[in-house]
Design a protein. Structure first.
Length: 154
């Protein structure tokens, strides 16, 4: 590990490897294992075609609603309801930012998701605050195909 690699990256990978060894049944052999890559593909950014106008409109709505109530008397019971308009705009801004942030999930989840194929099942281990194993029994998986995602021309 070089000096530029954060210390927690190695420990997260070690914790996922350790979790895999604890998740295996007696006599179960790992045939293949791999970590989720941190690749960002151009197709992930297609949501921006919707998220940017959404967020821009939410900001526009919030600024107009804020300007509208700033000239009002908000001291009575009606004033409490007047604040609902700009506050609903803030939640819409948060949704827009969240849509744009989802494109970076593979980068955020690197070294926390491991895929493993054993002689009995297929496993997807996700390490968060708790370990979340998602096993698929060998007989119920049907036909499996493997491959890389198609290359995106940028």
């Amino acid at each position: 590990m070089d000096e530029r690699t954060p210390q927690y990256t190695a420990s997260r990978r070690y914790r996922v490897e350790l979790a895999l060894s604890h998740e295996l049944h007696e006599g179960e052999i790992v045939l293949w294992r791999g970590m989720q890559t941190a690749a960002l593909h151009a197709s992930y950014f297609l949501i921006y075609l919707f998220a940017i106008p959404w967020t821009a409109f939410a900001m526009f709505w919030t600024v107009l609603a804020w300007a509208g109530i700033s000239s009002m008397d908000t001291s009575g019971a009606d004033g409490i309801f007047a604040w609902a308009f700009p506050l609903s705009g803030l939640s819409s801004i948060a949704v827009g930012v969240g849509m744009m942030a989802t494109t970076f999930l593979p980068w955020w989840e690197r070294d926390t998701v491991m895929f493993a194929i054993t002689n009995q099942r297929v496993l997807k281990l996700r390490l968060g605050r708790v370990l979340t194993p998602n096993p698929v029994p060998r007989n119920s998986s049907g036909r499996l195909t493997a491959g890389e995602p198609p290359a995106m021309d940028a």
